[in-house]
Each structure stands twice: as C-alpha cells, then as structure tokens.
Design a protein around this ligand. Structure first.
Ligand code: ATP
Ligand code: MG
Length: 350
C-alpha cells in the first residue's frame, strides 16, 4: 500500500480576485513530499480558494502551481495528480461503497479484478471492509467520509486535498477520524493540504500549520511553535485560546495593576494588545484583586471569568486552573491574580 514517492507542492505568487474581493493575495507555499500542511483561518480568508487553485478547480489571476516538479498551472483538474475530499458527503448514492472506491479506476479502464483488489485494499486501510457492499445511505457520516478518502486515494494521486472533511461530523467521531486520516496519510506517505477553521484539529493533524488571514499566509510553523510563539497579533488571537487585553504603554511599560508588568516591544505606540493563555493566569498567589464573574467546571480544569479593576473600564479575562484548586471559589468572590509576563505576547494595537 505504500507508494514509491509522492511529489511536493510548490505554490508561488498565487493571487485571485472575485470582482472587488481579493480572495488570495500573492500566496506562496512549499509543501515537502509527504508533508501535511493545515490551512487554518476564519471563514472567508481564502482557504478553499487556495485548495481549489491547487486542484485546478479555480484559475488564479496570477502565480504558479507545481506538483511533483511539474508545472500544472495551465492543466485542468482532471490532468492534475490530486485526490480530493470535501466537507459534504459526495459518494454516489446508487453505488455500493466498494464500487464508489473503485470508480476512478474503472474510469481509467482497469480490469474488474484489478479494481476489486485495489478497492478492497483501500477499504481495509480506512476500516470499511465490513461495509463494502452497503450503499452510502446505509452507513454513518464518518463511514461515508472514510469511503470518500479511500476513493480519493484509489488512483494513487501525488497530493491529497481535504476541505473541512470532518465538519459535518459530531465531536467524538471528528477526533477519531482526524487521527485516522493522519495515520493513513503517514502510512501512504502522501503529500497533503488540509483545510480547517478549527485550531485544535489543525495542530493535531499537521506537520506544519499555515495561518491564513484575508487572503494571505500570516504564519507558517510547526504546531508547537505556532502555539508558543505567535508571530503576529492575528496568529496570537486565533491560536491558543488567548486572552486579549488592550492596555496603555507608560514609559515603555505595559501594566495591569499589580497583575502584570511587562516591557512594551520597541516601536509600540501608546496602546498595545497583550495576549496570554488562560493557564498563564495564576490565581491565589499575589498580584491584583479580581472579582470572580463566572465559574465554569470543565472536568480537569475549571475556567474562571474575572474582572480586574483599572482606571476606566475593568479588564475582563479568563483563567484556567486545575479543578482540584478551584474548590471554594464562588461567583462574586475576590481572588488575587497574577499574569506570568514571560508568557505574554505583546503587539501594537491596530
Ligand atoms: N465563486 C465566488 N464568487 C465570488 N466570491 C467568492 C467566490 N468564491 C469565494 N469567494 C470569496 O472569496 C473569499 C474567500 O473565500 P473562500 O471560500 O476561499 O474562504 P474560506 O476560507 O474557505 O472560508 P470558509 O471557512 O467559510 O469555507 C470570500 O470573501 C468569498 O466570499
Ligand atoms: Mg472554505
């Protein structure tokens, strides 16, 4: 089942407009052979447009698409060595799962023995052997997506393109199938682009994550690096469930009462946005008195919504602490809070 080689993908200078909308703005990206890059970003940032440009379903205004060393910019979708999986279930309803998976091979004129052998191999790979003779409406949504994945892999494409393949599934199935897709992608050693707007999904599945915003790639990094070192204000706000507080800079210092003192980065104006994760807010160990506005038990962790007095509007933030340390904390109560300055990322306010 392993393939001899899968080519990389090289995108350079891809731009695409729809009328006045700039869907992609000079995007360049190198995907190494066998690498999985997640395209992560909010709705409308251009993820699908970029994926469809790689597939040949969208024609960019400018730029080049190279797959496995071959310039395919002018090639139609059917001539590109790609397999695609979409958000909606797209199996043919009038064919069994096995016939769906074998369909691309039959289209290429493979013998029925060869088609069946390859379809059964792929069904085993995605864990659908027992459902092979059923029709799509007789299996679950997760199983339909496994079938769609097997069908995309059937013609041995060089690149696998997935556009929010899990977003129609419930949370538990999502996580299981996400891990399965990663396992299969690594086993087949296929180069892949995976579109999602879910940061947890992107970080769990990808070798690297490309954070997209308004038609551009803002940051491209390994998941841990992205999580710890967001390069821009947008990345910091989009990844890591961070608090974001707009604060004044006084004599080069950013301060939130006794809760936080940090140096403003060089060149900051009069106001900055400080980003920090809820686990870096320490509760009950000195700092500034905060009022507890809400206590939300989440299993291992308990999330506190806090309000810290400032000269003007109180600053609102949340803190996550181990639930065993949260006993006795009540709405309306007061707790001292301190934010670990080493883990605060500060960017100029827009
Ligand atoms: N066929 C089209 N005609 C006009 N505008 C389009 C078309 N396709 C996309 N757009 C616009 O281009 C921008 C990028 O769209 P795209 O579908 O790539 O976003 P996305 O990141 O995939 O969003 P989502 O997470 O909602 O799927 C959006 O502003 C969108 O409205
Ligand atoms: Mg999309």
């Amino acid at each position: 089942m392993t393939r001899s080689s899968s080519g990389g993908v090289s995108l350079s200078g891809i731009s695409k407009h729809y009328g006045a909308v700039r869907a992609l703005d000079d995007v360049s990206l190198e995907v190494a052979p066998g690498e999985l890059i997640a395209l992560l970003g909010p709705s409308g940032c251009g993820k699908t447009t970029l994926l469809r440009s790689v597939a040949g379903l969208e024609k960019p205004d400018s730029g080049r698409v190279v797959i496995g060393g071959r310039d395919v910019t002018q090639d139609p979708a059917r001539k590109r060595p790609i397999g695609m999986v979409f958000q909606s279930y797209v199996l043919f309803p009038n064919m069994t799962i096995r016939d769906n998976v074998g369909f691309p091979l039959r289209m290429r004129g493979a013998s029925s023995d060869a088609v069946r052998k390859r379809a059964d191999e792929l069904l085993a790979l995605v864990g659908l052997s027992e459902q092979a003779d059923r029709y799509p409406h007789q299996v679950s949504g997760g199983q339909q997506q496994r079938g769609a994945l097997a069908r995309a892999l059937a013609p041995e494409p060089e690149v696998l393109l997935l556009d929010e393949p899990l977003s129609a599934l419930d949370a538990l199935v999502r996580v299981r199938l996400r891990d399965e897709i990663r396992r299969i992608q690594q086993m087949v050693k296929i180069t892949a682009l995976y579109v999602t707007h879910d940061q947890a999904e992107a970080m769990a599945i990808a070798d690297r994550v490309a954070v997209m915003n308004a038609g551009k790639i803002e940051q491209l990094d390994a998941p841990a690096a992205l999580y710890d070192e967001p390069a821009t204000s947008f990345s910091a706000g989009f990844v890591g469930n961070r608090n974001a507080l707009e604060l004044p800079v006084v004599n080069g210092v950013v301060r939130l009462g006794e809760a936080l003192t940090a140096n403003a980065p060089a060149g900051s104006g009069g106001r900055v946005v400080a980003f920090f994760r809820p686990e870096d807010v320490h509760v009950g160990q000195g700092g500034e008195a905060a009022t507890i506005e809400n206590v939300s038990f989440q299993g291992l962790l308990t999330r506190l919504h806090l309000s810290v007095p400032t000269g003007g509007e109180p600053a609102r933030l949340w803190a996550d602490l181990p639930s065993r340390n949260a006993a006795g904390l009540q709405v309306g109560g007061s707790v001292p809070v301190r934010i670990d300055a080493n883990h605060v990322r500060i960017f100029p306010a827009e």
